[in-house]
Design a protein around this ligand. Structure first.
Ligand code: MRU
Length: 357
């Protein structure tokens, strides 16, 4: 196979055209790796539920899904009069914006869809719906291109034979394709480097064990799974050469929000002199937020910590905290890998420059 939307590896989201409407299909990431199944969506509320319930997750994939959510809603509403259409479409934007708080790609994509809509205010509802669908398809395709570009820049940072630790899943499943952190690894492997991956399990939702390990096994990229508390031991024994993670939001000063546990890995990497890289499309950089302490951190259900699926292992009634992300201060980040190049030792001036350059 292989065109930009249907690359050789897993297709996380796909659009099915039908005359006058369409469907978004998304791999159900709550059931991987045991079950590989697409779920079908036809409304903004449905897609918002899919995002909230983690059917689709990972910052760029959430952005692409939200863009299609807007397009689905516009197609569904296109027979309404202009005013009714606008009111109902506004409600679609609102429900999507409330699905998850941390990944800025969600708000970036919704803003882009709003901008597209505002350019067409004078035309009829069918034209608006068609334009919104075209915009969602562009966001989808761009994400894959950007990931490949980041992959090429990032691959130059990895030596042949590097053993690379990653946390959470920043792979094809977390994006429209190729991946951010795993995209760098894929690109390095494609360039002929012998890379092996150490995947943190990633408590509590197990994105590392369930998704990263699965993606790497699918492509025969050597992968070793560890529990999160083993990373320090491996680093201390010289078994890790580099860390690469993705991110959900980078503040204007270079502070990085990513899956809970990332900060711990960054501190350990600094202690052991191991480079800590963050693969980060520009859509994940939020210049409106001065520093990481202003990034909203999602707090998820206690049941994710007290057990998994039907199994509960914690004492009934125990008090639980479940912050889903943490913030790694910029001074622990060796470099951000973006589609415009590598930003070593990121800071406010360098981030501002990359947007103006
Ligand atoms: O809660 P999740 O699974 O959506 O969290 C995902 C992450 O933390 C990823 O590392 C991040 O979104 C980067 S994805 C390319």
């Amino acid at each position: 196979m292989s065109n930009i939307l249907h690359p050789d590896h897993v297709v996380t989201l796909r659009w099915l055209d039908a005359p006058g409407y369409g469907r978004l299909e998304m791999v159900d990431q709550t059931r991987l790796p045991a079950v590989f199944e697409y779920l079908s969506y036809d409304s903004a509320a449905g897609v918002a539920e899919g995002i909230r319930g983690m059917v689709v997750r990972g910052a760029p994939a959430i952005g692409v899904a939200a863009a299609y959510g807007v397009a689905l809603e516009a197609l569904r509403l296109q027979s309404l009069t202009g005013t009714e259409f606008n009111t109902a479409l506004d409600a679609g934007f609102t429900v999507l914006s409330q699905s998850r708080p941390t990944a800025v790609n969600l708000f970036w994509a919704l803003q882009r869809m709003q901008h597209c809509r505002s350019q067409l205010a004078q035309t009829n509802t069918a034209n608006i719906a068609a334009a919104l669908l075209a915009e969602a398809k562009s966001i989808h395709e761009e994400d894959i291109r950007i990931n490949r570009q980041m992959g090429e820049y990032g691959a130059t940072l990895l030596a042949d034979g590097a053993r690379v630790l990653t946390h959470c899943n920043a792979g094809a499943l977390a994006t429209a394709g190729h991946g951010t952190a795993l995209g760098v690894i894929r690109s390095a492997v494609a360039a002929g480097k012998r890379i092996s991956v150490i995947a943190d399990e990633t408590r509590p939702f197990l994105q590392g064990a369930r998704l990263t390990a699965w993606e790497m096994v699918q492509e025969n990229i050597p992968v070793t799974l560890i529990t999160d508390n083993m990373a320090g031991h491996l680093m201390a024994h010289g078994e890790i050469d580099a860390v690469i993670v993705g991110t959900d939001r980078v503040a204007a000063n270079g502070d990085v929000a990513n899956k809970i546990g990332t900060y711990m890995v960054a501190v350990l990497a600094a202690r052991h002199g191991i480079p800590f890289y963050v693969a980060c499309p520009l859509s994940t950089i939020d210049l409106n937020i001065a520093s990481g302490d202003q990034i909203p951190i999602e707090e998820r259900a206690p049941s994710e910590v007290t057990g998994f699926r039907d199994t509960q292992w914690a004492a009934a009634g125990v008090r639980v905290r479940n912050p889903s992300f943490d913030v790694t201060p910029a001074d622990l980040v060796t470099a951000l890998i973006t589609e415009k190049g590598v930003i070593h030792a990121p800071n406010a001036a360098k981030l501002e420059k990359i947007f103006s350059g």
